[in-house]
Design a protein around this ligand. Structure first.
Ligand code: 16G
Ligand code: MG
Length: 548
């Protein structure tokens, strides 16, 4: 493409998406996220970048998702999806940040420069898939993405309101037709179809019952589950709450993030003691379970619990098919409760690794194994199966003895039910329901598999959060000087103590995590570590105080 045709890049910017703010914006772990009214020019520019990326990838499809996940309604965001349905390659985050922050008059030259830098052949075709969540600001932003794609002569395709994991799925299917059909219908056919097939031959047994309450966070996940509910035929008795009607506000006092971080029940759900509830986040890529017991206490089954349940079930099936050379590994972050890690190593006897926070780190690590189960404690995660594993299971399904074939057919449906591209609340929900049903256990029995250590998360403001750096998957502080040795001293005084500190990638704060043998000790440890951060990293506002 001759440079003159980049004129239109500037024309669109000036006429429709002028940059009206000088606030610097950075592509973080979840893309760009801020107040929706500051985003139009950013999303337009991501449309440009998606076309460049598609051409660098030989015309394979790139995704753009408009969402701010679990943030409240006034926020919005944008992230790019790579051809295999994965998060945008880390090395492009800097390019995205550069494109987003240059002035309108520099945009044409910067675009040309980026095209040169990445070696994009602008004569190639380019394909961009665009999806959005339910926010009222999303349609305008989706249009900005489409115009960005058109400005560089790419071919955009809009999917309207879809969950984030659906868009990842569509992108993957478009680039690899063996994975499925790139449409909402194709998604339901593959994922829900596998669940229904499996349920038809798996009797509801033991303590498991098929009634499930769902908190939809008033977002897109609940809406889509309502569509799915209509096609279920008694396989699962879904009771939907917070699906966006009745004036319920997106993510406001409801949804997976609310339940996980406040450990309190969402508004809008009619609770029945012991009833299993699944809580989704605003864009449908996170899920946690919980129940309220007869003492009105909320019992949380978070990402760690989901990971251990799924890993042990898949491992059991691999044993049943006799694939002893295939193994299941778990991937966690430092936020995983220490009790879950201990349960995985000592009881399940499975390998477990710890990686830095952020989905892309977990995903890439999980891909190294025959079966990789990754989850963040906050409920984002999935299972990935290697090509070798899929082939082996298929072969046993065709050639094994009767028992082996039976287990292999279950495993094939489980693989189909999994959205392997990214954590997916809907796919995870069906996987959890399958594992619980197969085991014949209720939520209380699931909870009894191990006891969580008391833990606490705190956040505090410092002058510049970038002075806090970490190594070893967030577990060691490398700066400010003296912080790690102070944490070591504090932890040594507390039984089962563990604590680490990291700068948030999504908020201007430093996060402190602590766990210990008792509630009292964990509060003390978290406050002491927070004080150390305040003193050594330039705390702002009041110094954290120790509990009475
Ligand atoms: C983002 C990440 C999530 C991580 C969270 C941590 C993706 C898609 N999302 O939401 O995995 O848990 O950031 O937030 O990577 P923090 O940096 O503010 O603690
Ligand atoms: Mg989300």
């Amino acid at each position: 493409m001759p440079p003159s045709s980049l004129r239109v890049v500037y024309a669109f910017a000036r006429e429709m998406y002028p940059k009206t703010t000088d606030v610097f914006i950075q592509y973080g772990t979840a893309g760009f996220r801020t107040k929706a009214n500051l985003l139009e020019h950013v999303v337009y520019r991501m449309g440009l970048l998606a076309v460049i990326r598609s051409r660098v990838k030989n015309g394979r499809t790139i995704g753009i998702m408009i969402t701010a996940s679990h943030n409240l309604e006034p926020d919005n965001g944008v992230k790019l999806v790579d051809p295999d349905g994965e998060m945008l390659d880390g090395s492009w985050e800097e390019i995205a940040t550069r494109m987003a922050n240059v002035s309108d008059t520099e945009l044409e030259a910067t675009t040309a420069d980026v095209i040169r830098q990445v070696g994009a052949d602008m004569a190639l075709k380019a394909s961009v898939y665009v999806g959005m969540d339910t926010r009222y600001t999303s349609p305008r932003l989706a249009s900005a993405a489409v115009h960005g794609a058109m400005a560089l002569k790419g071919t955009p395709k809009e999917f309207g309101i879809v969950t984030t994991p659906m868009l990842h799925f569509f992108v993957k299917c478009r680039n690899d037709e063996t994975y499925g059909t790139p449409s909402e219908e194709g998604y339901y056919q593959k994922i829900v179809g596998a669940f229904k097939r499996l349920r038809a031959r798996m009797p509801v047994a033991g303590e498991y019952n098929n009634t499930l309450y769902v908190d939809g966070a008033n977002g897109v996940g609940g809406k889509k589950l309502n569509i799915i509910k209509k096609t279920l035929d008694g396989e699962l008795d879904l009771h939907m709450f917070n699906t966006g009607g009745n004036g319920g506000k997106l993510n406001l006092n409801c949804g997976a993030d609310h339940v996980k971080s406040t450990q309190t029940a969402p508004v809008g759900v009619e609770h029945v003691p012991w009833q299993r509830v699944a809580s989704l986040d605003g864009d449908g890529d996170r899920i946690v379970y919980y129940y309220i017991d007869d003492k009105n206490k909320l019992n949380l089954l978070d990402g760690d619990r989901i990971a251990t349940l799924l890993a042990s079930y898949v491992n059991q099936l691999l044993k049943e098919i006799g694939a002893s050379d295939l193994s299941v590994a778990l991937v966690q972050t430092a936020y995983a409760n220490g009790a879950s890690t201990k349960y995985i190593t000592e009881q399940l006897k499975m390998p477990v690794t710890c990686v830095s926070t952020g989905v892309k780190h977990l995903h890439h690590e999980a891909l190294k194994y025959d079966v990789g189960v990754y989850f963040e404690a906050n409920g984002h995660g999935t299972v990935v199966y290697s090509g070798k594993t899929k082939e082996a299971v298929r072969k046993i399904f065709e050639e094994g003895d009767q028992e082996q074939r039976k287990a292999a057919s279950i495993l094939l449906d489980i693989i189909d039910m999994t959205n392997e591209t990214v954590g997916d609340a809907l796919s995870d929900l069906f996987l959890v329901e399958t594992a619980l049903c197969a085991r014949g256990i209720n939520t209380k029995q699931w909870m009894q598999l191990y006891d969580d250590l008391p833990c606490q998360l705190m956040k505090l403001s410092v002058k510049d959060r970038n002075v806090v750096t970490t190594a070893d998957a967030d577990q060691q502080s490398t700066s400010p000087e003296g912080l790690q040795s102070r944490i070591d001293e504090l932890v040594a005084n507390i039984p089962s103590g563990r604590s680490f500190v990291r700068a948030s990638g999504t908020e201007d704060v430093v996060r402190v995590y602590a766990e210990a043998d008792t509630q009292e000790n964990v509060q003390k440890l978290a406050a002491q570590v927070a004080q150390a951060v305040y003193d050594l990293a330039g705390g702002v506002g009041t110094r954290p105080t120790l509990p009475e």
